[in-house]
Design a protein around this ligand. Structure first.
Ligand code: C5P
Length: 227
């Protein structure tokens, strides 16, 4: 398991201070909407400057027509990040077009597909997708696997099932981790680190339980000891 920290703080200064306090660990840093929209490419460069071994996951969840997604993916590859994601519901052609476009990049970033957002409960999910989360997440994962993606974003509860339906090395990245049973906040399908381990999660993503803690560096140490 490789820890991925969500940098969702209200300013670049605060995110960079958090990264600075964690620079002795070669962990993954998740740059999402908030940070990327506000701080862009210089923010990614600043993170790499703090620790060149930090791995960067750009969490922009692309969803558009295939050509626009492939154009965006190429720009992402040029940024030099290590992983990014698209929505699985963008479909097979979008997946193929993105992977084809990235094929000429020697060190292309890993590409994951979002299956079911962890903030969905069953009722609200089926209002949109007309299927249960388990079934749909598995279907999205198979589609992603068949079309050459590296893995999926899902909840801990689907991780093992998805690996069984695809391959043991098909990656699962799971947000909504509450390492030691902290408050769920707006997340619905939360899991502890213990469960994430059991369910073979590759990347547990943790945001608020770390950056809202009064001592984030200590919390990260504690988490890393449990991985
Ligand atoms: O603060 P918390 O640990 O809930 O943060 C989870 C992070 O993972 C947030 O940055 C959120 O945008 C992201 N995420 C998610 N569910 C997904 C994909 C990404 O919660 N399916």
């Amino acid at each position: 398991m490789e820890l991925c920290i969500a940098l969702d703080l209200p300013s670049a200064k605060e995110n960079l201070a958090l990264a600075e306090s964690l620079k002795s660990h070669n962990i993954w840093m998740k740059v999402g909407f908030r940070a990327y929209i506000r701080d862009g490419k210089p923010f990614i460069e600043a993170l790499k400057k703090i620790n060149p071994q930090f791995k960067i996951f750009l969490d922009l969840k692309l969803y558009d027509i295939p050509n626009t997604m492939a154009d965006a993916s190429e720009e992402i590859a040029k940024l030099g990040v290590d992983m990014f994601n698209i929505h699985a519901s963008a479909g097979k052609v979008a997946m193929q077009t993105v992977m084809e476009r990235l094929s000429s990049y020697e060190n292309r970033p890993l590409v994951l597909a979002v299956t079911a957002l962890t903030s969905f409960d069953e009722e609200n999910f089926s209002l949109i997708y007309e299927k249960g989360i388990d079934e749909k997440a598995k279907q999205f994962a198979k589609l992603s696997y068949e079309n050459g993606l590296d893995g999926v974003v899902c909840s801990t509860f689907e991780s093992k099932v998805i690996k069984e339906a695809t391959s043991s090395d098909f990656l699962t990245l799971c947000p909504a981790i509450r390492p030691f049973g902290e408050d769920a906040q707006d997340q619905q399908r939360v899991a502890t680190l213990e469960l994430a381990k059991k369910e073979l999660v590759d990347f547990p993503v943790i945001g608020r339980p770390i950056y809202k803690d009064k001592n984030p560096a200590q919390k990260v140490e504690r988490i890393l000891q449990h991985l």
